[in-house]
Design a protein around this ligand. Structure first.
Ligand SMILES: *Cc1c(COP(=O)(O)O)cnc(C)c1O
Length: 359
């Protein structure tokens, strides 16, 4: 059963395609590995993959995410961005024609020691300064030699990940690029560096493959904005409708913890969406919500299943009136800033009872 009034996420395939076209315009010579990890950043990985027929390959974090795409009939290359960690996962990945990122000695040894029916394509991850995953530059020549010697390896590509590409004035990205150049120069193969921020702000890092995630969903990788993101179209609209409108008196406190007190007699609306649906509990009073398309402030704490809104600007509002939490008319980036997080987290947390519909 679908609840008639609970939150819905409308997903726009045309916005996804528009944003992929934006990636192509920014990086016309690169192939596109569309990142659909975390259930397509909360949009549904299979739905996103089907909309993005023009992507050259798909990127997921782990084997179970790849399995979901293969089970849905996806036949393009799928890159498992964290690689695999045991023989079963490796055998599964090879059998299902998934590409693997290799970033540790353990993963390299696993490849060398496992008998595989098919050889796999490997993306060798180099740590150029983010210091999370990847081989150190000084390890690369030995790792490369062992990869070449391994008959389970079909193709080797070199990749790295940028730690601060969303900070446009920061010197780190240029340093990471220099380190990549220095380390990768000795080997002939395809390269991949850029995430969304790299695609939009650092053309030097486009190379053979770009790996956009967040920009495909129409949200910005830059916490303080960037003109290049204005052309993106938000893919998800999170909506519900009012379930109650009540009149409160001056001095009435609203919700858990009584964090908001009505400054005057005023109407307050209740909408059935809360942190169990992925709306951030840390969104403070004042966070914008659209009621009948008009901005109104959230008041009081976000509950598990509900939020309250100030309806002083809309005294005519009634139960059943539409409420939008984010979408084309209210950027998720703005809600993320208000809740002191990033759009990535808000989008990938949408779920639970939320009903997903194709727009
Ligand atoms: C998640 C991820 C991306 C995509 O990053 P965005 O900032 O969403 O564009 C690219 N590359 C790797 C290795 C990732 O893990």
């Amino acid at each position: 059963m679908n609840d008639a009034i609970r939150a819905r996420a409308l997903i726009s395939a045309s916005a996804l395609r528009h944003n992929l076209a934006r990636v192509r315009r920014a990086a016309p010579s690169s192939r596109v590995l569309a990142v659909v990890k975390a259930n397509g950043y909360g949009h549904g990985s299979v739905r996103v993959a089907r909309a993005l027929t023009d992507a050259d390959a798909l990127g997921v974090a782990c084997g179970s995410e790849a399995a979901e795409l293969r089970a849905a009939g996806e036949s393009r290359p799928i890159v498992i961005l964290e690689g695999v960690f045991n023989t079963d996962e490796l055998a599964w990945a090879a059998h299902h024609d998934c590409d693997l990122v290799v970033h540790t000695q353990e993963q390299l040894a696993l490849l060398e020691q496992t008998d595989l029916a098919q050889a796999v394509r490997i993306w060798l991850k180099l740590d150029t300064g983010m210091h999370r995953l990847g081989f150190a530059p000084e390890e690369l020549s030995e790792v490369w030699r062992r990869m070449q010697a391994c008959d389970r390896v079909a193709v080797v590509r070199l990749m790295t990940h940028l730690g601060r590409a969303d900070e446009r004035q920061c010197a780190t990205t240029a340093e990471q690029l220099r380190e990549f150049e220095r380390s990768a120069a000795a080997w002939q193969c395809e390269h991949s560096i850029a995430n969304s921020a790299g695609v939009l702000a650092w053309p030097d890092c486009h190379r053979d493959w770009v790996r956009p995630g967040i920009m495909l969903y129409g949200a910005s990788p830059f916490p303080d904005g960037h003109p290049a993101t204005e052309e993106l179209r938000p893919v998800m609209t999170l909506t519900t409708c009012l379930i109650a409108v009540t009149r409160r008196r001056r001095g009435d406190a609203i919700g858990y913890g009584a964090t908001y007190t009505c400054p005057e007699d005023m109407p307050v609306g209740v909408a059935p969406v809360g942190y169990a649906d992925g709306y951030p509990r840390h969104a403070p009073s004042g966070t914008p919500v659209l009621v009948n398309g008009e901005r109104t402030p959230l008041v009081g704490r976000v509950s598990m299943d509900m939020i309250c809104v100030d309806l002083r600007s809309q005294p005519q509002a009634r139960p059943g009136d539409p409420v939008t939490l984010w979408g084309p008319d209210l950027p998720v980036d703005e809600i993320a800033r208000s809740a002191e997080t990033i759009p990535y987290e808000l989008l990938c947390r949408v779920g639970g009872r939320v009903q997903f519909l194709d727009e």
